[in-house]
Ligand binder design. Structure first.
Ligand code: 5CU
Length: 385
């Protein structure tokens, strides 16, 4: 049997210009370079900036795998990945002052486009036969969400559509500052629907520190609670607010890819649907206005795509069940987050092999589904040619 094509749709970068911008900052998000010459520290989560921890130990170490595209290409080669759809990592451009947002979005998006173009054209033309022949890159753009007017965001979406390697946009859950059920975002949903660019919804803010035991929880348990639970719940709440507010009724062709297999949406979809049915009329809508017209199940099978970054068969099978089969599930790695702790030269990353194993175990004996999840779905859905 032919080796399946492998496409990584969840893989992040911090372009060098973005790293420099973080280096110039002193409040979250920022990068700190320890005077000792040790690896720089990435301080991006609010819980990272714990003043009781020495600055040189706050956040996490950040090496060249975050910003050097050659390191990503080597990672791809090592893990059998043919193509990657790179996206700016969190917290994207959310924190920028309004007057800076547009220029940074254009700079980052042009940088991503340029990187993809350079990598895809660099190989020996003899070998440039197709996705299988060498590593290729595509990208998701970033949006200037803090810009002074939504027209600027809409303008960037239309500009992104003209860039040959951009296939969607990555976005966090804060939207214009009030979450994704904000009616002011309708202009953005309309532009995404019109251009056909997919929205990659990714968490960053998690849950309030109190949910995990207060500000010193990180001291006790590191990033386990915010990343394992805060992130997926954040995604679940954000997309549920979208559906409760009727975003998918108004924009029935909006395509949305949910990080981490939809957070907990596949598992909780039945409960969400049941609560909607029992609530019937929503007070927030005037008490007399019905909730969403379309069911959660319909939206899961029409608008929503899920990555396969869930590290286990149980989660993956919930994702397959909820989305009605294997054709809406897409392989991802979350590179460069979750490197091996004791990185031994040339050893595969457990965060990647765990996902490969979960896919193989969930679709044991079904080569077509495995091949679809590993790459075929991404090629079809994101039009990767
Ligand atoms: O799990 C993840 O996706 C991530 C991510 O993207 N960013 C981060 O800071 N930690 C984990």
């Amino acid at each position: 049997m032919e080796t399946p094509l492998v496409v990584d749709i969840h893989t992040h970068v911090y372009p060098p210009s973005y790293m420099d911008m973080l280096r110039a900052r002193r409040t979250v998000p920022y990068v700190h370079d320890p005077p000792s010459g040790a690896l720089p520290r990435l301080i991006i989560l609010s819980s990272d900036d714990d003043q009781s921890i020495p600055l040189d130990q706050r956040g996490r170490p950040v090496d060249t795998s975050y910003s050097d595209i050659n390191v990503k290409l080597a990672f791809m080669r090592q893990h059998g990945i043919n193509s990657s759809v790179i996206s700016l990592a969190n917290p994207w451009l959310d924190f920028l002052a309004p007057e800076e947002a547009q220029i940074w979005a254009q700079r980052i998006n042009d940088d991503l486009e340029g990187t993809c173009a350079r990598v895809n054209s660099a190989a020996d033309p003899e070998k440039r036969l197709g996705l299988h022949e060498k590593e290729t890159l595509f990208a998701m753009g970033a949006l200037p969400l803090s810009a002074p007017s939504a027209d600027i965001i809409v303008g960037e979406i239309h500009r992104l559509k003209t860039l040959p390697h951009i296939r969607g946009v990555i976005m966090g859950t804060s939207g214009l500052g009030k979450g994704l059920d904000d009616r002011r975002l309708d202009l953005v949903w309309a532009a995404l629907q019109e251009t056909g660019l997919i929205l990659f919804l990714h968490p960053h803010y998690g849950l309030p520190d109190e949910a995990f035991g207060g500000p010193d929880a990180t001291n006790r348990y590191g990033h386990v609670l915010p990343l394992a639970l805060g992130f997926p719940l954040e995604t679940t709440i954000a997309v549920t607010r979208m559906l409760l507010s009727g975003v998918f009724d108004r924009f029935s062709r909006l395509k949305i890819l949910l990080a981490h297999s939809g957070g907990t949406l596949p598992f909780l979809a039945g409960r969400i649907e049941s609560c909607i049915l029992h609530e019937r009329k929503f007070l927030a809508n005037g008490g007399n206005v019905p909730g969403p017209q379309r069911s959660v199940w319909d939206i899961l099978r029409t608008n929503i795509y899920l990555d396969a970054v869930v590290y286990g068969k149980a989660g993956l099978e919930a994702a397959v069940q909820a989305s009605g089969g294997a054709d809406r599930l897409l392989f991802g790695t979350d590179h460069p987050f979750f490197p091996p702790l004791d990185d031994k030269e040339g050893e595969d990353w457990p965060s990647v092999t765990t996902n490969y194993k979960a896919i193989n175990a969930s679709f044991a004996g079904d080569a077509d589904s495995i091949s679809a999840v590993l790459g075929g779905n991404a090629v079809r859905i994101l039009d990767l040619k």
